[in-house]
Design a protein around this ligand. Structure first.
Ligand SMILES: Cc1ncc(COP(=O)(O)O)c(C=O)c1O
Length: 394
């Protein structure tokens, strides 16, 4: 991984580094497109095989059949494209957790503005206990308090990008089944795909949107969204284009006054048009490299070894406080400055660490620093970060 050769990297939750073999696979794929095509009879079967391959891989990760998987460009478009096509009624309520990404929250707010919907908040940000049962009970309790007869959609990330807690998505989905309106469940999977086993959650959610460029260490620009059958039935294409059509030459015009439904009724109804095909080879290569390390549970255990080491080390540094009360359930380790008055802020510490070639990030809410550990994180790197933090705070 060229990105790791010259720095100590803890920003996997922002973007994963691209392995050299994935970069080579992208270049090779681009070469192949030029040799076969770019727009010839020879390229289409090749392109169809590439697309089918990556769709199958991503569907398998999500535990859904391939027809329920739409290829997207990133997490945000995977959330927004199916969401905006749903049949809303004025007064419907969108229940959004207080730990969602600003881009997704803003898209929900804009939707509410256009459709006359109400917004309400699911309070999960103050939950700091890691033990599975206590977290799950606290989330379900918060859900119980926040649901109303008008709730039509719940937005909840699988792995919270700020506190680093794993949400009980299957249990939330089961609870929503018993609500009279059976609200749709939109799950932001930006931090979970590539770091956790996700099949059970992804197949229980209605919209489970992820990207290849974070924990999967694929190239930026290619992600996916797993969709429930009821979303495929209810949601209309929002940014339709030729790839959303069952026949790319047929827009559905059937003579004067008439017409037929031209859209795909599977995940492809949310795919749009020409996109960057070589990225598929890059992502598939990165997924193979992850699989070579082990299955998702084994990989999570390795990720947690390093995040626990970091969490434990943080306990010994005066002035720092890990957000979670126990070692994290995955690879996100967030920690606050206990006394910001001493001239340090999360942003200033991030900058100073960056000057030493150690890269993590700050977050605004809660105001903290976040370091991510992945399979490539070494014990020495964690010690280096801890030593750098200690010396900066002395
Ligand atoms: C939780 C979460 N959601 C959404 C996003 C946006 O991701 P993308 O740029 O792939 O849409 C991010 C990116 O950091 C994220 O962490």
């Amino acid at each position: 991984m060229p990105a790791l050769a010259n720095k100590t990297y803890f920003n996997y939750g922002g973007q994963g580094p691209l392995p050299s073999p994935s970069l080579a696979a992208i270049t090779e794929s681009w070469q192949c497109i030029q040799e076969l095509g770019p727009f010839t009879g020879s390229i289409w079967p090749w392109l169809a095989a590439q697309t089918q391959g990556v769709r199958g891989d991503l569907a398998a990760i999500c535990g859904v059949p391939p027809h329920r998987l739409a290829l997207t460009e990133n997490v945000s478009s995977g959330c927004v494209l199916p969401l905006w096509g749903l049949p809303w009624q004025g007064g419907d309520e969108l229940l959004i957790s207080d730990c969602e990404h600003p881009g997704v929250v803003a898209a929900c707010r804009e939707l509410a503005h256009r459709e006359g919907l109400k917004l309400s908040t699911l309070a999960v940000g103050s939950i700091r206990s890691v033990s599975g049962e206590a977290t799950d009970a606290a989330v379900l309790d918060a859900l119980e308090q926040a649901l109303s007869p008008h709730t039509r959609l719940v937005v909840l990330s699988h792995l919270l990008w700020n506190t680093g807690l794993v949400m009980p998505i299957e249990a939330v989905a089961r609870r929503l089944e018993h609500h009279p309106r059976h609200p749709w469940l939109l799950v932001d999977a930006a931090q979970s795909v590539g770091s956790l086993p996700v099949a059970a959650a992804a197949s229980a959610a209605d919209i489970y949107a992820f990207t290849g460029h974070k924990w999967c260490c694929g190239p930026e620009g290619l992600g996916g969204v797993a969709l429930s059958e009821r979303i495929l039935n209810a949601s209309r294409p929002t940014l339709g284009g030729w790839r959303s059509l069952t026949n790319e030459n047929d827009a559905g015009l059937d003579g004067p006054g008439g017409g037929h439904d031209p859209w795909h009724h599977d995940g492809r109804r949310f795919e749009v048009a020409t996109s960057c095909a070589p990225l598929m080879a890059g992502l598939r290569c990165s997924l193979e490299l992850l699989d070579a390390v082990g299955g998702a549970p084994a990989r999570l255990a390795l990720i947690r070894e390093r995040s626990s080491q970091l969490w434990l080390g943080l306990q010994a540094i005066p002035g720092l406080k890990a957000l979670l009360q126990e070692p994290p359930p995955a690879g996100l380790v967030s920690f606050e400055l206990e006394c910001e008055g001493r001239g340090h802020t999360p942003a200033s510490l991030v900058e100073k660490l960056g000057e030493q070639g150690v890269w993590l990030r700050s977050l605004d809410d809660p105001h903290c620093l976040r370091a991510c550990t992945h399979l490539t994180t070494t014990s020495e790197e964690v010690e280096q970060l801890l030593a750098a933090l200690s010396s900066l705070l002395e």
